[in-house]
Design a binder for this molecule. Structure first.
Ligand code: IMP
Length: 184
C-alpha cells in the first residue's frame, strides 16, 4: 500500500484522514515543525510550506480555519493562534451579543508528489451559544454544520467526515489520486 506523509502534530486530524484514506493509503503522521508564513489565505500558507518539505514526498499538509461572518471572517487564517489564546470560550464571549451566528470552516489540503496540487473544502454552519460535546478537537464544540442539530464535537468521525470541510477536501484529493494512478 502506498505511503502518504501527513505533516501534523494534531491526532484529531490524523484520525479523520485515516478514516477516509486508510483503504487506499498508509497515512503516516509526521509531526514536523514547518515555517508558516503570515498570509491572507490558507492556500498561500500551504503552498509555501510544501516547498520546504520536498524530501518527504508524497506528503500532505492541511491548513484549516474557522471564518465567522459577524466577526468579518475572524479568526480565519489566525485560527490556530486564536485557539491557543482565546479558545472556544473566548470566541463565545466575542459572539455574546451577536444574532448572526453564521460561520464556515475551510480546509485547504496541499499534496506534494511530483508537483503541488491544492484541494479545498468548505462547510457552512453556525456558532452555538454554549459548548456542546466532547469529541473532535479545536472549535468542534461550538460549530454546528448546516442541516444538523449537533456540533462536530457531538458527531462520530464518520459523520463529521461526511459533511466537514476536511471530508470534502479529502474526497477531492482521493479522486485526484485515483485518476493519477489509473494513468500510470
Ligand atoms: P490548523 O489547520 O492546524 O492550522 O488549524 C487551525 C486551528 O483551527 C487549530 O486551532 C485547529 O484546532 C482548528 N481546526 C482545524 N480544523 C478543525 C476542525 O475540523 N474542527 C475544529 N477546529 C479545527
Amino acid at each position: 500500500m502506498r505511503e502518504l506523509n501527513l505533516i501534523t502534530s494534531n491526532p484529531g486530524k490524523l484520525r479523520e484522514y485515516r478514516e477516509l484514506l486508510s483503504e487506499r493509503f498508509n497515512v503516516k503522521m509526521k509531526p514536523l515543525e514547518y515555517h508558516e508564513i503570515q498570509a491572507d489565505t490558507l492556500e498561500e500558507v500551504v503552498c509555501h510550506a510544501l516547498e520546504t518539505l520536498r524530501e518527504y514526498a508524497p506528503v500532505i499538509i492541511d491548513d484549516s480555519g474557522l471564518f465567522i461572518d459577524a466577526l468579518k471572517g475572524f479568526p480565519g487564517v489566525y485560527s490556530a493562534y486564536v485557539m491557543d489564546t482565546l479558545g472556544c470560550d473566548g470566541i463565545l464571549k466575542l459572539m455574546d451579543q451577536e444574532k448572526n451566528r453564521k460561520a464556515h470552516f475551510r480546509c485547504v489540503v496541499g499534496l506534494l508528489d511530483e508537483e503541488i496540487k491544492i484541494f479545498t473544502g468548505d462547510c457552512p454552519g453556525e456558532i452555538v451559544r454554549s459548548k456542546r460535546g466532547t469529541g473532535g478537537f479545536g472549535y468542534d464544540p461550538i460549530f454546528v454544520p448546516s442541516g444538523y442539530d449537533h456540533t462536530f464535537a457531538q458527531m462520530s468521525i464518520q459523520d463529521k467526515n461526511l459533511v466537514s470541510h476536511r471530508g470534502r477536501a479529502m474526497r477531492a484529493l482521493i479522486k485526484h489520486m485515483e485518476l493519477s494512478f489509473t494513468r500510470i
